[in-house]
Design a protein around this ligand. Structure first.
Ligand code: NAP
Length: 313
């Protein structure tokens, strides 16, 4: 069954990497009759106006959602509950209310109690991003071939879920539906734990006494710099992710710590076979990711390398 992805009026609350990318993609694909947006600060709202991507920039969240058929909260996870409370009385009956938060259980728990019965709540998480944030960081292609996970609470109108699914698919995303708890467990290992490890390793290197800071930067191509990209992610967003997905992250961290202990033991005992077997298994996972099109096969993440001049012989 094909569903029309179009909405008459779309309200985006928050215009950073994700809100700005939705605005750009929806405009390009003609998915909204009108896009209205707002952001917390006057500075961001002024910049959004200057960029000229959306039709209207308003000063308050309540004003933004007036008469909107689709409202998407593109703000940090911790702000979703208070904003839901603020906009509840101003929502159009029949509207779809969604978000893009990287954690779903806490967002559903924080938002659902405030929303009136005559709107459809369909939370979402586009599993796509970069380490950049702010109104200039978004781009229309961000969601192409990336997953967007919808976590509608039990009893949500199937038509509303299908409408939002069509909207995300029209921006290039592949869409899957799952429960908020399952989402949080999957993302704890695929996204939240890798970020925690990157934040840890970059912090550890920074504190090392034996290696000067300039050496850390100079020799970073050995692997460290790939962690620094992740560790440069927005501090507000990631603080909220770890506070909101505490249980799933702690569960995965427990398993991770046990596995790290196994590798530590293999190194201490000189167990080359155990190390080789482990690294062979992980290499296959990387191949699998490339095979299903979730990353490019280009070596070193496609970075450009310098050229050597050919010497005349
Ligand atoms: P961002 O670039 O920092 O933008 C956040 C936006 O939210 C800004 O426009 C900010 O306004 C606005 N904002 C904050 N609190 C607000 C409030 N109470 N009312 C209205 N606007 C408010 O962040 P982002 O990367 O787009 O992330 C937004 C959401 O997407 C987060 O929930 C995150 O978990 C999720 N997400 C992020 C990624 C990623 O890789 N970045 C990927 C998937 C999902 P000001 O500029 O005025 O402060």
């Amino acid at each position: 069954m094909s569903v029309n992805p179009h909405f008459q009026r779309v309200a985006l609350i928050g215009f950073g990497l994700i809100g700005g990318s939705i605005a750009r993609a929806a405009k390009l694909q003609g998915l909204a009759g009108e896009i209205v947006t707002t952001a917390r600060s006057e500075k961001t709202r002024a910049r959004v106006l200057e960029l000229g991507i959306v039709d209207k920039v308003v000063a308050t969240n309540a004003e933004a959602v007036e008469d909107a058929d689709l409202v998407i909260l593109c703000i940090p996870v911790g702000a979703c509950g208070p904003v839901a409370q603020e906009i509840a009385a101003h929502l159009k009956p029949g509207a779809i209310i969604s978000d893009v938060g990287s954690v779903k259980g806490a967002v559903v728990k924080d938002m659902a109690p405030h929303l009136p019965k005559n709107v459809h709540f369909v939370p979402a998480h586009p599993v796509a991003g970069t380490e950049h944030s702010g109104p200039d960081s978004g781009f229309a292609e961000l969601f192409i071939n990336r997953w967007c996970i919808l976590t509608p609470p039990e009893g949500t109108d199937a038509g509303a879920t299908a409408h939002l699914r069509a909207f995300w698919a029209a921006m290039g995303a592949k869409v899957e539906v799952m429960t908020p708890d399952h989402h949080d467990l999957v993302l704890a290992i695929t996204s939240h734990l890798p970020h925690l490890i990157a934040y840890t390793i970059v912090g550890t290197a920074d504190e090392l006494q034996q290696v000067t800071e300039s050496e850390v930067i100079k020799f970073s191509a050995g692997g460290f710099r790939d962690f620094t990209r992740i560790a440069a992610s927005d501090p507000t967003m990631w603080r909220d992710v770890f506070l909101a997905n505490k249980d799933a992250v702690l569960e995965m961290l427990g398993t991770f710590t046990e596995d790290l202990a196994k590798l530590t033991r293999a190194i201490r005992r000189g167990d080359g076979e155990a190390l080789f077997d482990h690294f062979t298994r992980t290499r296959a996972i990387r191949r699998g990711i490339v095979e299903i099109g979730q990353d490019s096969a280009a070596p070193d993440f496609g970075r450009q390398h310098g050229q050597l001049d050919k010497k005349q012989s």
